[in-house]
Design a protein around this ligand. Structure first.
Ligand code: SF4
Length: 432
């Protein structure tokens, strides 16, 4: 079996009791069959405790408030201490690793919902890179599971079987998206917009069954040495010339309307407020951010936003890492469900939400925002969104169907939000 991981994979070590947001709190742990059997036949006082704290029918431990019942006062795991590391269930052994399997390839990422992973990822100014090697689950600290398919609820009617020809096209396509996302000659918004544009194009060809067009498009761009926008025009300006798509509301006139970024972001964050709360800290972050930002007069919001972007120029690589992280994590799963566009949108919208919350924290803190602040926001976002089936599914639905989350709206927000101040004056207050 081949394994692809991020190059800093080996740097991760759980910091256990020192962790400020233990993964043994705030969510249910799903127990695999083998671990459940092992726990239920355990003898003695600890065996009794295991049985008392397990809901066998649901294959879950019964939480003690928000905490795993085996997380002790020192924030250490009693199962680990009593029975040894090898007795941990698959979920606990593998976390914070996220695994996706494609025939003879496993992709193992480290999820940003672990604050230690966020710290490692966000500390690196250099571009994120990936390594593929032969190996075994044990080499990568994993408890074997079969099969580790992408999240099953992210699928279309075509089912959840690997489409190998599509995978063979999407794998190099993702490499190209990484190149675009990491092109530091461009601002982060331009890179995100380019990904979005290509994601929309790829989706049309996938829907038409013309996979080879994806490879051809990338070849053309590479031969021309062109950026997608340069080669075919700006997304926001250009879409009105294209055939109106149902996703765009069926009218090209719509695209002539500017998007009010402030109201669009408020609407988007409102949707996030409607999700299930995993951690109260996230709820507070979101509520405080919205209260602070959306009571500002629009001009103040815009000028503060420009100031925030200027402030962040030297650390733009943090945003780049977040974008690349989401593309690595989810893009290739489209080889199962054929939904590449929602996956790209998810990456871009996640970046936009994290940036908006960063902006709010920066403003609240007297225009200061540290690397540790970014760790807090990024990991809180990931924990809220990536580890709740309900939240993840709800987001997929709105990303694929909500009118303000079509490609054109997101593209226009990306362009407007980074435009020079004089261009921003051109936007008006039209409702989204
Ligand atoms: S969140 Fe990460 S660092 Fe914290 S306890 Fe879990 S694995 Fe360890």
């Amino acid at each position: 079996m081949k394994y692809t991981t991020v190059s800093y994979y080996g740097e991760f070590h759980c910091i256990g009791g020192s962790c400020e947001d233990s993964c043994c709190e705030h969510w249910e742990i799903d127990l695999d069959e083998a671990s459940l059997k092992l726990y239920m036949k355990q003898k003695g006082a600890f065996g009794k405790r295991l049985r008392e704290c397990t809901r066998v029918r649901d294959r879950q431990f019964i939480l003690n408030g928000t905490r795993c019942p085996f997380l002790n006062r020192d924030n250490l795991c009693d199962i680990y201490l009593e029975m040894g590391e090898e007795s941990l269930c698959r979920t606990c052994t593998n976390f914070p690793r996220h695994i996706e399997e494609f025939d003879d390839l496993k992709e193992v990422s480290l999820t940003m919902s672990c604050p230690e992973v966020s710290r490692i990822m966000l500390a690196k100014p250099e571009k994120m890179s990936f390594v593929t090697r032969e190996g075994t689950d044990t080499d990568y600290g994993l408890k074997p599971e079969t099969p580790a398919h992408p999240l099953a609820f992210w699928k279309r009617e075509k089912g959840n079987r690997l489409d190998r020809p599509l995978f063979d096209v999407l794998s190099p396509a993702r490499d190209y998206l990484f190149l675009l996302a990491q092109d530091r000659q461009k601002g982060i918004r331009q890179r995100a917009a380019a990904l979005l544009r290509l994601g929309a194009e790829f989706q049309e060809w996938i829907d038409a069954g013309e996979y080879e067009q994806i490879a051809g498009r990338i070849r053309t761009l590479q031969q021309l040495g062109a950026w997608p926008e340069e080669e075919s025009g700006d997304l926001a300006d250009n879409v009105s010339d294209r055939k109106a798509s149902p996703e765009a509301g069926g009218t090209s006139d719509f695209m002539k309307q500017p998007v009010d970024r402030m109201r669009w972001m408020k609407e988007l964050l409102n949707m996030y407020q409607g999700l299930e709360t995993i951690r109260e800290e996230w709820k507070t972050l979101l509520a405080e951010g919205m209260k602070l930002l959306y009571q500002l007069p629009e001009q103040d919001y815009r000028s503060a936003w420009q100031e925030f972007l200027a402030y962040y120029t030297q650390r733009e690589y943090e945003f780049e890492h977040i974008l690349v992280y989401y593309v690595f994590q989810y893009f290739l799963g489209a080889a199962y469900d054929h939904d590449v566009l929602t996956r790209v949108k998810f990456a871009v919208v996640s970046l936009l939400v994290i940036m908006e919350l960063d902006f709010a924290v920066w403003l609240r803190q007297g225009k200061e925002f540290s690397y540790e602040d970014q760790v807090l926001v990024a990991h809180a976002y990931s924990k809220e969104v990536e580890h709740s089936y309900d939240n993840f599914e709800a987001l997929q639905l709105v990303l694929s169907a909500h009118p303000i989350l079509d490609t054109e709206h997101i593209g226009k927000v990306l362009h407007n939000c980074f435009a020079p101040a004089e261009q921003l004056q051109l936007t008006n207050n039209k409702d989204i």
